[in-house]
Design a protein around this ligand. Structure first.
Ligand code: PLP
Length: 379
């Protein structure tokens, strides 16, 4: 199998699996229990918190462990609105966010909050003047993703953060696709809240974290015990957190070399596919782009059909976000770029991991070439 869908999820690294095991079968105590056996889990969770905090340049007390990106996005939107439930207010986001964010916005709209969904340019970048003009007296939050999960476009986060800070508005970013892939500094970028997810960087599924800047007062997201300083009740996911932190540490140690390697392979593949197959177009920004993301439209070919053809030959790619697969409508992200229904429906996304090889890409390209030829001949 050639796995080129690492934006959907990644293989849990051997190191992460090894690190998790003892916290399931040996040190399985409840991290909230007062005796020493529970304290082992408690200590490793706190070590993990310190490690994650160092990676994004924040304090350890500003990290909250969650179940992943969906929870983080819900947490940010709903808890900021809950803190403003009496006065209500206005949120600014973009039309290309993940559904975890968009559907959370729709939920608070039903409660009387107002949401502006900014358009983006043809490469998926937020227009800063539009963002600045959208800020109103009652704007309580700006939420813009760090990098897009479908087209890989990296947003001008530092400049968005500056606008938010200058206007006294809180800034949340969904960094699910970027944390542990590219460097992130929340202080430098004036980020107030950030969500991340372990299974996107070779950690286990069902665990993630949320950064909430000190001084932002929120109500608990999950009611129950006093875990996570009472903000997110529930028995600590010791093994999951250990696996996530181990994977993040591995990713940080190899980040520079992974970025260099993946960027080179990405640009190599894009160059070949767009020059060797007629009428193939790159979607997203050519350089403000996640190192592992390739998203192309192939004129005259249905992306979903091509995906099945590749699957039959053992190659896993996707036609957009895994969460919207199979619902029959083309990607809201590609439509937001202003693309026609046809161009949006003719896209496929290939997302590499640090162990993707040139040979795998060469083979994938040769299969795409022959399948595209067959599909175009049929039409
Ligand atoms: N946000 C983005 C940008 C994503 O790509 C995803 C997952 O695809 C999520 C949020 C949801 O994360 P999780 O799968 O951890 O709930």
């Amino acid at each position: 199998m050639i796995y080129l869908d690492n934006a959907a999820t990644t293989r849990t690294s051997d190191e992460a699996v090894r690190a998790m095991q003892p916290y399931m079968d040996t040190y399985y105590g409840n991290p909230s229990s007062a005796y020493e056996f529970g304290g082992i889990g408690r200590e490793v969770i706190e070590q993990g918190r310190r490690s994650i905090a160092r990676m994004i340049n924040c304090g350890e007390g500003e990290i909250y462990f969650t179940s992943g990106g969906t929870e983080g996005d819900n947490f940010a939107i709903k808890q900021i609105c809950d803190a403003n439930r009496k006065r209500k207010g206005h949120i600014i986001t973009t039309g290309i966010e993940h559904h975890a964010l968009l559907h959370s916005c729709e939920a608070v709209e039903r409660q009387g909050f107002d949401v502006t969904y900014l358009s983006v340019d043809g490469m998926g970048r937020v227009r800063l003047n539009e963002l600045a003009n959208a800020v109103r007296g009652d704007t309580i939050l700006i939420s813009v993703m760090y990098a897009n999960n479908e087209i890989g476009t990296i947003e001008p986060i530092e400049r968005i953060g500056k606008i938010a800070r200058d206007r006294g508005v809180l800034f949340h970013t969904d960094a699910v696709q970027s944390f542990a892939h590219i460097p992130i500094d929340v202080k430098h970028c004036h980020v107030d809240m950030l969500s991340a997810s372990s299974h996107k960087f070779h950690g286990p599924k069902g665990v993630g974290f949320m950064y909430v800047r000190d001084g932002i007062r929120l109500h608990p997201f999950m009611d129950g015990g006093s875990q996570e300083k009472g903000m997110r009740a529930g028995t600590g996911n010791v093994a999951g957190i250990v696996g996530m932190v181990t994977a993040a540490e591995e990713a940080y140690a190899a980040m520079r070399q992974n970025i260099r390697k993946e960027t080179k392979l990405r640009d190599y593949f894009i160059r070949r596919v767009t020059s060797e197959i007629p009428r193939v177009y790159l979607n997203g920004h050519p350089s403000y782009r996640l190192p592992n993301n390739i998203n192309i439209s192939i004129d005259g070919v249905d992306g979903a059909v091509l995906m099945v053809m590749l699957d039959l030959q053992g190659i896993c790619v996707s036609t957009g976000s895994a969460c919207t697969q199979g619902n029959g409508t083309p990607s809201h992200v590609l439509r937001a770029l202003g693309f026609s229904y046809e161009r949006a429906s003719s896209s496929i996304r290939l997302t590499m991991s640090d162990d993707t090889t040139k040979e795998e890409l060469d083979y994938t390209l040769s299969v795409i070439k022959s399948e595209v030829k067959k599909l175009r001949e049929k039409n």
